[in-house]
Design a protein around this ligand. Structure first.
Ligand SMILES: Cc1ncc(COP(=O)(O)O)c(C=O)c1O
Length: 364
């Protein structure tokens, strides 16, 4: 039976398919910080339960101010959403591009948002031979007939960062050719040294940066993301046309609290600086597995063992990983795993050893 989920984190579907309790599965398919929701936020929520009884501020003034302060940009540049996903759809609806370029493999929701507005989509294929990284040829693909380009850095599922000079060259090119450049920085918070494109927004008014707080701060169920752009006309139009109160009061409170929780942020950096190389090296040593060096909190890999459905085999071990067969440009040999706690990462490595050795022993 195939496991068909379009996204990571669908443990209910996987558990139902396996006939096990979802709580038994260790979820490596969604890239969520294993430190869990910050204690500062747990306290803020329990201290403010009464917020559930009234409407949130329909303009989310305190939230937008907190986000603007965090990035040192004008408040008018910022628009929060019920997860970044809401903003991908609302931004595309507002820009209404007729022709867009997408990099493959990439996050599925760009394509769905563009398809919803009837946009014609051209794919720019990243190749394994080039290490899944774009080069200057991407600039040639940015023809003036395009209205929109989506980029994701670090990219999902490859976990690789765009080269900064190339990214800026693309931004210049898009500005000259009036192409809306949408840059998804959903995982950038995991890279303490990287500031991304927000500091460059004043130079590029057709540039839209999307951020998610659901991964780094482990609030995927609470949901919060935001858009930042110097194109205040577009940001303002989306603000006007979005349904009221799409962000619940606790998610709005989260945005006011978590960005200044330095204890949590530092602890997350410490965890990742240890577990990222450890899991990468552990995977790299496994026979039949090829891994790409990760920049964020997940690792992209290929399994070269013929006839082995790695996701299925690991599900037998109560471990759920993300298969990447449904990403355009990839096939069933590619997978993505989250970097989790030391204990869970050891369980993944142990289960992989068993699964791969079993295949070796079986002489397949
Ligand atoms: C690259 C990328 N962008 C955006 C999102 C959506 O984030 P959110 O949970 O904030 O809607 C995801 C979720 O997996 C993602 O992988």
């Amino acid at each position: 039976m195939a496991f068909s989920s379009q996204h990571g984190g669908n443990i209910i579907e996987a558990a139902t398919m396996m006939g096990v309790d979802a709580d038994l599965l260790i979820d490596f398919s969604a890239n969520i910080n294993p430190l869990g929701m910050p204690d500062s936020l747990k306290r803020a929520i329990t201290d403010n339960l009464a917020l559930a009884e009234r409407y949130p501020d329909v303009e989310y003034r305190a939230l937008h101010q907190a986000l603007a302060n965090h990035h040192q940009v004008p408040k008018e540049w910022v628009l929060a959403g019920n997860g970044e996903t809401e903003l991908i759809f609302n931004l595309v609806q507002q820009l209404a591009p007729r022709k867009a370029l997408l990099l493959t493999p990439g996050f599925a929701e760009y394509r769905r948002a563009l398809a919803r507005v009837g946009c014609e989509i051209t794919d720019f294929h990243l190749s394994e031979e080039q290490g899944w990284q774009p080069d200057e040829s991407l600039l040639c693909a940015l023809t003036p007939d395009l209205d929109c380009l989506f980029l994701c850095t670090p990219n999902n599922p490859t976990g690789l960062m765009f080269d900064k000079p190339l990214l800026l060259a693309i931004a210049h090119h898009c500005r000259e050719n009036q192409i809306a450049l949408i840059v998804d920085e959903a995982f950038l918070d995991f890279l303490p040294q990287e500031s991304g494109l927000i500091p460059h927004l004043s130079s590029f008014t057709q540039l839209y940066v999307l951020r998610s707080l659901t991964k780094f701060f482990a609030i995927a169920g609470l949901r919060l993301g935001y858009l930042v752009s110097a194109d205040t006309a577009t940001v303002g139009c989306i603000r006007e046309r979005t349904e009221p109160w799409t962000i619940n009061a606790f998610a709005a409170l989260a945005g006011e609290v978590i960005l200044s929780d330095q204890t949590y942020i530092e602890a997350s950096y410490r965890w990742l600086s240890t577990e990222q190389p450890r899991l990468f090296n552990g995977l790299n040593e496994l026979h039949g597995i090829k891994v790409w060096p990760p920049r964020a909190n997940y690792i992209f890999l290929r399994c070269d063992v013929a006839g082995l459905d790695l996701q299925r085999a690991l599900l037998e071990e109560n471990i759920l990983i993300r298969h990447c067969a449904n990403y355009p440009g990839l096939d069933a040999s590619y997978y993505r795993v989250a970097i989790k706690s030391p204990t869970d990462n050891d369980k993944l490595l142990g289960a992989l050893q068993r699964v791969l050795n079993y295949k070796d022993d079986a002489g397949e």
